[in-house]
Design a protein around this ligand. Structure first.
Ligand SMILES: *Cc1c(COP(=O)(O)O)cnc(C)c1O
Length: 392
C-alpha cells in the first residue's frame, strides 16, 4: 500500500471512468438506468451506488470517501453535506429510544445542541463526563449504554481524551465508540489505531482546508457505513457535486497544509507563551499542556488550534480581547477553523447563545479567552500582526 501523501492524490481513481486526469464534477441529479431490471435493482439498492440518483451516491463523493477511509484506516466512509449531518446521521445509526450515551462536557456546540435539544426529546438519555478523567467514562456506563461519544482535542480548551482507554473500554463492554476527529485531522491522529469504531469529521475544516465549502464524513466498517447510508437516504443531507469536487481538490494538499500548520502553530504558541499580555497558552504541542505526554502518545502532530487566556482580571482580559480582535489585520475574526488562512474567535461571544453561564464554566470558557486557528501564512507575518494588534 502506498503512503498517505500518494494516496491523497490517487486513492479511489476507479470512480472516475472518464479519461480526464482530474475527476469531473458530475453535476447531475440522476443517471441513465439500465433496462435490465436486475441491474436496475442493484443500482437502486446497493449502498452508495455512485450513478443512480444523487441522494444515493455520486462518483466524486465515492472518491472522496475512499480517500478519507484510507486516511482514517477504516473499511469505508460516507460523505455528507456538513459535519453536523455526519455527526447526527452517525449517532442516529447507533441509538434509539431507551438507549443511553456517554459523552463529554466539552463538545462542538452543534453536537451539544443535538444531545440537549434533540436526542433527549426522542427518549435517549446522555451522561456528560470530564474527558480528562478516564474513570468517569467507566462510571457513567449503564445497562442501556450503546454509545461512547468523544472529541479530542475538544473545543475550545483543547483537552484530550485517552483514545486507547476509550477504545479498550468500548470493546470490553461491547459499546460502540465514536470520535469527532475534526480538530486533529487524520494527518495528526488516527483513532482507529486505538480501537475506536467510528470517526466523524467536519470536512469543512482541515479536510477541505480552504474555507470554501461545508461537508462531513463518517468513517467506519462497511456494515456501519451501510447503516449510516440508509439513515442519510431519509435525512437527505447529500453533499453537492461541486462541493464534493472542491473537497477532493482540497484533500490533495492535506498533508502539506497540515504539516505547515503544525509547524507554524508550535512556533506561534511558543512565542505567545513568552508574551506579557498572555496569562496562559493552551496548545497540545507545548510541554506546559497538562496532557502533553498523552498528546505525544496518541497524536503525530499537534494541529493549528491554540487557545489563550489574556493577562489580568477576566474583565481586563475581555477588554484586551476586544482591542486585539479589532486591530488584527491578517487574522480574521471569523467562525470555523482549519483553513489556509489564520482565524481567531472570542469563544465566550461565539457560544453566548448556545451555552448557559454554567455550561460555559463547565466547558472552561472565560471572557478573556481567544481561540486561534493557525493557517499557512509566513510565521513572521502572523507574529508581526499580533504584535501590532497588541500594542495599538
Ligand atoms: C465545525 C465542527 C463541526 C460541525 O461541522 P459543520 O461542517 O459546520 O456542520 C463538528 N465538530 C467540530 C469539532 C467542528 O469544529
Amino acid at each position: 500500500m502506498a503512503k498517505v501523501e500518494t494516496n491523497l492524490i490517487h486513492q479511489g481513481k476507479e470512480f472516475n471512468e472518464t479519461k480526464s486526469v482530474v475527476t469531473p464534477i458530475f453535476q447531475t441529479a440522476t443517471y441513465f438506468a439500465s433496462d435490465d431490471l436486475d441491474e436496475y435493482i442493484k443500482a437502486a439498492t446497493e449502498t452508495k451506488f455512485p450513478e443512480f440518483y444523487h441522494r444515493h451516491g455520486n462518483p466524486t463523493n465515492s472518491q472522496v470517501a475512499s480517500v478519507v477511509a484510507d486516511l482514517e484506516k477504516t473499511e469505508d466512509a460516507l460523505v455528507l453535506a456538513t459535519g453536523m449531518a455526519a455527526i447526527s446521521a452517525a449517532i442516529l445509526s447507533v441509538v434509539k429510544a431507551g438507549d443511553h450515551i456517554v459523552a463529554q462536557h466539552a463538545h462542538y456546540s452543534g453536537a451539544k445542541l443535538f444531545f440537549n435539544e434533540f436526542l433527549i426529546n426522542y427518549g435517549i438519555t446522555i451522561s456528560f463526563v470530564d474527558q480528562v478523567d478516564n474513570e468517569s467514562f467507566e462510571k457513567a456506563i449503564q445497562k442501556n449504554t450503546k454509545l461512547i461519544y468523544i472529541e479530542t482535542p475538544s473545543n475550545p480548551n483543547l483537552e484530550l481524551t485517552d483514545l486507547e482507554f476509550i477504545g479498550k473500554l468500548g470493546k470490553e463492554k461491547a459499546i460502540i465508540t465514536m470520535v469527532d476527529n475534526t480538530f486533529a485531522s487524520p494527518i495528526n491522529q488516527n483513532p482507529a489505531d486505538f480501537g475506536i469504531d467510528v470517526i466523524v469529521h467536519s470536512a469543512t475544516k482541515y479536510l477541505g482546508g480552504h474555507s470554501d465549502l461545508t461537508a462531513g464524513i463518517v468513517c467506519g466498517t462497511k456494515d456501519f457505513i451501510h447503516k449510516v447510508w440508509r439513515k442519510s437516504l431519509v435525512l437527505g443531507a447529500s453533499l453537492s457535486p461541486f462541493d464534493s469536487w472542491l473537497l477532493l481538490r482540497g484533500l490533495r494538499t492535506l498533508s502539506l497544509r497540515v504539516r505547515q500548520i503544525n509547524e507554524n502553530a508550535l512556533q506561534f504558541a511558543t512565542w505567545l507563551e513568552q508574551q506579557a499580555f498572555v496569562k496562559s497558552v493552551i496548545y497540545v504541542g507545548l510541554p506546559s499542556h497538562p496532557q502533553h505526554s498523552l498528546a505525544q502518545k496518541q497524536m503525530k502532530g499537534f494541529t493549528g488550534m491554540i487557545c489563550i487566556e489574556l493577562a489580568g482580571s477576566e474583565n481586563e482580559g475581555f477588554e484586551k480581547a476586544q482591542s486585539i480582535l479589532k486591530n488584527l489585520k491578517i487574522f480574521a475574526n471569523a467562525a470555523s477553523l482549519g483553513g489556509v488562512e489564520s482565524l481567531i474567535v472570542h469563544p465566550a461571544s461565539m457560544w453566548g447563545s448556545h451555552h448557559s453561564a454554567q455550561q460555559k464554566q463547565i466547558s472552561g470558557i472565560t471572557k478573556g479567552m481567544l481561540r486561534i486557528s493557525i493557517g499557512i501564512e509566513h510565521i513572521d507575518d502572523l507574529i508581526g500582526d499580533f504584535e501590532q494588534a497588541v500594542s495599538s
